[in-house]
Design a protein around this ligand. Sequence first.
Ligand SMILES: Cc1cc2nc3c(=O)[nH]c(=O)nc-3n(C[C@H](O)[C@H](O)[C@H](O)COP(=O)(O)OP(=O)(O)OC[C@H]3O[C@@H](n4cnc5c(N)ncnc54)[C@H](O)[C@@H]3O)c2cc1C
Length: 437
Amino acid sequence: MHEQAKLAEYSTPYWWEAAPVRPVASQQLAKRVDVAIVGAGYAGLTAGLTLARAGRAVAVFDAMNPGEGASSRNGGITSGSIRPGPAAIARRFGEATALAIEAEGKTAREYLYDFIRTEGLDCDFRLTGEFKGALGYDQYETMARSADMLAKRLGIESYAVPHTEQQSYIGTGFYRGGTVRMDIGGLHPAKFHAELLRVALNAGVVVHAQTPVTAVDRAGPDFSVATGAGIVLARQVLVCTNGYTDGAAPYLQRRLVPVRSRIIATEVLPPDLMARLMPRRMMMRENRQLGFYYRPSPDGTRILLGGRDSSRVGDPVAPTQRLRNGLMQLFPELENVRLSHSWFGNVAMNRDMLPRIFERDGILYASGFCGSGVVWAPWLGSRAAHKLMGHEAEARTAFDFRPPAAVPLYRGTAWFMPAIIQGYALQDRFAMWRARR
Ligand SMILES: Cc1cc2nc3c(=O)[nH]c(=O)nc-3n(C[C@H](O)[C@H](O)[C@H](O)COP(=O)(O)OP(=O)(O)OC[C@H]3O[C@@H](n4cnc5c(N)ncnc54)[C@H](O)[C@@H]3O)c2cc1C
């Protein structure tokens, strides 16, 4: 194969082989709609579907092809996790909010699984469970207590796996035990998006691909939404642009920092090796700030491993090497294995690392999924739709509160990210040293 073509294939998401992102059939722009949605990822499409099924005229706009943002690039792990732990959330927002957020993770996962089942979405979903590795024995003890609490408080099947039993979950000697929770699984993210798109289109959602929204302004009782295809009037506007937010949503742009996340895929591995390294085909993660998430491909033939990509200009060499080193640290026997893919996408962080629905000047926003949007984006997209329709009970969520704080001195260039990443790397080194003393 020509070098250029090989490179393009290498840097294209593995997921696009089975479910390539593509434009949808173009449709004429309506003069007026009930709701205009910016962004056709999981959040925008779920919102659109919910609204269309309730009889609203909905137009969804995407600057790229639908799904070309994070929703077809991610790891497909239905983690639904929240970065700050319950104690940190309680300190900042109160005990009641912390408990509500923890419980909502369970509801949101169940919503996703039920949605996949009832709509018959063909997206390779399996409720495999997730193993989280501990760096040291102290960390293991803390994690074991959390697993126990999760089981007692929320009735989630969740338990500790001591170091001596670890090999039946993961073929590595790197961890000092870990915990398992059985309410997390894996899906094929691009297939899931393609299926969501199919269902949304069937429900009457009009999706305009490669049609950026450039501005949203008040026009009497309506909003005037300027798009690459012309102007549309909308009674309501919902912004679901997450890690791809641009100047069309300046209020959100100052509050969300896009951060690159990268995934590498190995070439096809021998079945006996896969069975040794990932005997239960679980989703995997660990407890480092710059830690890795990893999983078998849905067909169980290769390993996909993801983590932070701190490059600023998109040079894939250094971040790919960092992930490869991580893979070797876990599975030294993969030393000579070749990688077939290495790609990245944007996740969106806000200052308190909590996803949000919030309203500002009449525009509704659903975003800030902080790298855990497979569960949260469909959930909060659907809650946002109910909020627009005034369905109080269905719209209720612990994530509907004040907008995230603006990031100081930030206008779209995350100049501070390299320093933050370095800080995280130092914290990880210190945590590792303490864990292995
Ligand atoms: C590499 C990677 C791995 C990940 N792994 C996981 C995982 O394993 N588990 C998990 O839970 N989460 C994971 N995530 C996060 C998850 O993918 C996202 O949180 C989720 O897809 C966000 O969905 P969304 O609909 O909010 O945004 P997106 O899917 O990013 O869609 C936003 C869309 O908005 C569009 N847009 C932006 N501005 C405009 C404009 N002005 N006009 C029109 N359109 C616009 C963009 O083109 C884009 O398509 C990962 C993300 C990445 C990048």
